[in-house]
Design a protein around this ligand. Structure first.
Ligand SMILES: NC(=O)c1ccc[n+]([C@@H]2O[C@H](COP(=O)([O-])OP(=O)(O)OC[C@H]3O[C@@H](n4cnc5c(N)ncnc54)[C@H](O)[C@@H]3O)[C@@H](O)[C@H]2O)c1
Length: 255
């Protein structure tokens, strides 16, 4: 851990009140990276930041943030600049997913379709543009959360469409932000056993997915995705930009 506080890097994670974002926040703090825990569910963000600060005082701040609101993202970045004076990593993790948004497109209302695009696609745009100036000053990185649902092996409804758009945005922003010294990559997780996923899907759905869609015969864990994100944020990936790394136990290679 760097001794001078202002030298410690800072990561902003969207949707960090649960699941992958929460696990990532904990991993960053364990390595001396300060985190901005943001979530539309402000109470969840406060809870996660408080738990991190209990173990590592001063390591986390919480911000209630709906990524679909560009003005709210600008305000959050202003707060980060005032509090920490820097931003090194942006993780566009917040997403609407699981059962609802993977249904047939015809089953959803226009409002639901629009919400999926606003959060999963435009949320990435708002976050990246709002963070650009601070990330450029730090020589920073962006990592977006796509999904194996984007590869068109099976239909995952509007969810798969939005996650394909995330891969497109990753390429577009890698090109647009390279001149600022910012690398932009994505991860595409398979089915990962977060608390919400375990509650939303029954055991047989999980087991069937592992048995029939993966070549590695075990459940995907939050730590698997966290490791990939941490690699893409690190200098070990200093020559990597515009890539989407699948973290899926080999999906869609069939066993
Ligand atoms: N868990 C998986 O199996 C899996 C697989 C592939 C991709 N992903 C992607 O990884 C990301 C995280 O997934 P997870 O499983 O941790 O999800 P999760 O549902 O456990 O957590 C998502 C968090 O995002 C927050 N959120 C929702 N809408 C938001 C908004 N408009 N603004 C800010 N925050 C908002 C929620 O409150 C929640 O805390 C998502 O983008 C998801 O699509 C997950």
């Amino acid at each position: 851990m760097a001794s001078n506080l202002s030298e410690q890097p800072v990561a902003l994670i969207t949707g960090a009140g649960a699941g992958l974002g929460e696990a990532l926040a904990s991993s960053f703090v364990g390595d001396g990276v300060r985190v901005v825990v943001t979530d539309i569910d402000e109470r969840a963000a406060v809870r996660v930041a408080a738990a991190l600060n209990e173990h590592a005082p001063g390591s986390a701040m919480s911000v209630g943030l709906d990524v679909a609101d560009p003005d709210a993202f600008e305000a959050a970045i202003t707060l980060v600049e005032r509090t920490f004076g820097r931003l090194d990593h942006l993780i566009n993790n917040a997403g609407l997913h699981l059962s609802t948004y993977s249904q047939p497109i015809a089953a959803l209302t226009t409002e639901q379709l629009r919400a999926a695009v606003d959060v999963n696609v435009l949320g990435v745009v708002h976050g990246t543009l709002a963070s650009r100036r601070l990330l450029a000053a730090a020589g920073g990185t962006v990592v977006n959360l796509s999904s194996i649902a984007s590869y068109g092996v099976a239909s995952y409804g509007i969810y798969g469409v939005t996650k394909l758009a995330v891969r497109g945005l990753t390429v577009a922003f890698a090109q647009e932000l390279a001149a600022d010294g910012i690398r932009v990559n994505a991860v595409a997780p398979g089915l990962i056993a977060t608390d919400n996923a375990v509650h939303a899907l029954d055991r047989s759905t999980f087991d069937d997915f592992v048995d029939t869609r993966q070549v590695l015969q075990r459940r995907g864990l939050p730590a698997d995705v966290v490791e990939a994100i941490r690699f893409l944020c690190s200098d070990r990936a200093s020559f990597v930009t515009g890539e989407t790394l699948k973290v899926s136990g080999g999906y869609p290679l069939l066993p």
